[in-house]
Design a protein around this ligand. Structure first.
Ligand SMILES: CC(C)(COP(=O)(O)OP(=O)(O)OC[C@H]1O[C@@H](n2cnc3c(N)ncnc32)[C@H](O)[C@@H]1OP(=O)(O)O)[C@@H](O)C(=O)NCCC(=O)NCCS
Length: 147
C-alpha cells in the first residue's frame, strides 16, 4: 500500500536523473514488455525533460517530453507494477504537458500501445490516423491540443 503523501514528483534534465529514469524503463519496457534495449533508449533522452516519481527514496515511475517547433512528444511513461492504478501515470502526463506549455508547445502527441487508448483518452487525447508495429508491438497515434 502506498501513501500519496510519500510520493515526490520531479522534473529532471541532468545525467543523474536520466540514469534513474533508464533503470525504471529497462525494468518496464525491456524486461517486462520485451522491447529491445537499443530501441527503448534513444538519442532523444539527452535532450528530453524526464519526470521522476519517488516513493520515499525509491524511484517508481518516469516519463519524458521533448518539444520541437511547438509540438510536444510525450513518451516512455512507465510506472513499476506494484504502483500502478494510483493515478501516478496520469499525473506524470500532466506534469509533462505543463513543461511542454512552458516551452511554447501547442499540441502534444504520443504513440502508445493500442490497448492504452482509453487511458490516454481519459487524459484528453484523441486517436489520429496512423499505426506502427515496433518490435512486435502495435502502436497507435494520439494527439491533444495544449490550451
Ligand atoms: C500505462 C501506465 C503508465 C498507467 O499508469 P498508472 O499509474 O497505472 O495509471 P493511473 O492510475 O494514472 O490511471 C489513470 C486512469 O487510466 C486508467 N487506466 C490505467 N491503465 C489503463 C489501461 N491499461 N487501460 C485502460 N485504462 C487504464 C485508470 O483506470 C485510471 O482511470 P480513472 O481515473 O477513471 O480511475 C502503467 O500501467 C504502465 O506503466 N504500464 C506499463 C508501461 C506502458 O505500457 N506505458 C505506456 C507507454 S505509452
Amino acid at each position: 500500500m502506498i501513501s500519496a503523501m510519500e510520493l515526490r514528483y520531479r522534473l529532471v534534465e541532468d545525467e543523474d536523473g536520466l540514469v534513474v529514469a533508464t533503470r525504471i524503463r529497462v525494468a518496464v519496457f525491456v524486461e517486462e514488455q520485451g522491447i529491445p534495449r537499443e530501441l527503448e533508449l534513444d538519442e532523444l533522452d539527452a535532450v528530453a525533460t524526464h519526470a521522476l516519481v519517488y516513493d520515499g527514496e525509491t524511484p517508481i515511475a518516469t516519463g519524458r517530453v521533448t518539444v520541437d517547433d511547438g509540438r510536444a512528444t510525450i513518451a516512455r511513461i512507465a510506472v513499476l507494477p506494484d504502483h500502478r492504478g494510483h493515478g501516478i501515470g496520469a499525473r506524470i502526463v500532466g506534469m509533462l504537458e505543463e513543461r511542454a506549455r512552458q516551452h511554447s508547445a501547442t499540441v502534444a502527441e504520443l504513440s502508445p500501445h493500442y490497448y492504452l487508448e482509453d487511458f490516454y483518452a481519459g487524459l484528453g487525447y484523441r486517436r489520429v490516423a496512423g499505426e506502427e508495429w515496433v518490435a512486435g508491438h502495435r502502436l497507435i497515434k494520439m494527439r491533444k491540443e495544449l490550451l
